[in-house]
Design a binder for this molecule. Structure first.
Ligand code: AMP
Ligand code: ZN
Length: 113
């Protein structure tokens, strides 16, 4: 998608600190971290938000969710009962979605976790 920052990161036309990549997904560090660990996981295909998915998307959406713990724990979030991470998905400009390309924020590394 032209003029989409995250599509440009997928196409390597914009730099990013990429920490995971496969055929369908990309994860990288948020440029303005709101936590000690702040990662973004996106589908490589341009999809505006969860509101733009339907039943046809259930397989890749499930795969995307299942990737989150691996990405979190490989990148500084602490596993175990005193660890964990937070997942945020802003869905719609009116509720704070600034980049209109579906992404999950993965936040962790908080004090004591
Ligand atoms: P949202 O408000 O949910 O759309 O979040 C968009 C996130 O993308 C924000 O946390 C931004 O800091 C982050 N962001 C914007 N541009 C970049 C970029 N070039 N590289 C990494 N993260 C970015
Ligand atoms: Zn895009």
């Amino acid at each position: 998608m032209k003029n989409c920052i995250f599509c440009k990161i997928v196409e390597k036309k914009l730099p990013a600190n990429i920490i995971f990549e496969d055929d369908y997904f990309l994860a990288f560090h948020d440029i303005k971290p709101a936590a000690p660990v702040h990662l973004l996981l996106i589908p490589k295909k341009h999809i505006e938000s969860i509101n733009h998915t339907d039943k046809n998307d259930e397989i890749w959406l499930g795969k995307m969710l299942l990737l989150i713990p691996k990405i979190a724990f490989d990148n500084g979030c602490k596993p175990g009962i005193d660890g964990g991470f937070r997942i945020i998905n802003n869905c719609g400009a009116a509720v704070g979605q600034e980049v209109l390309h579906l992404h999950f924020h993965i936040l962790g590394g908080f004090v004591g976790s």
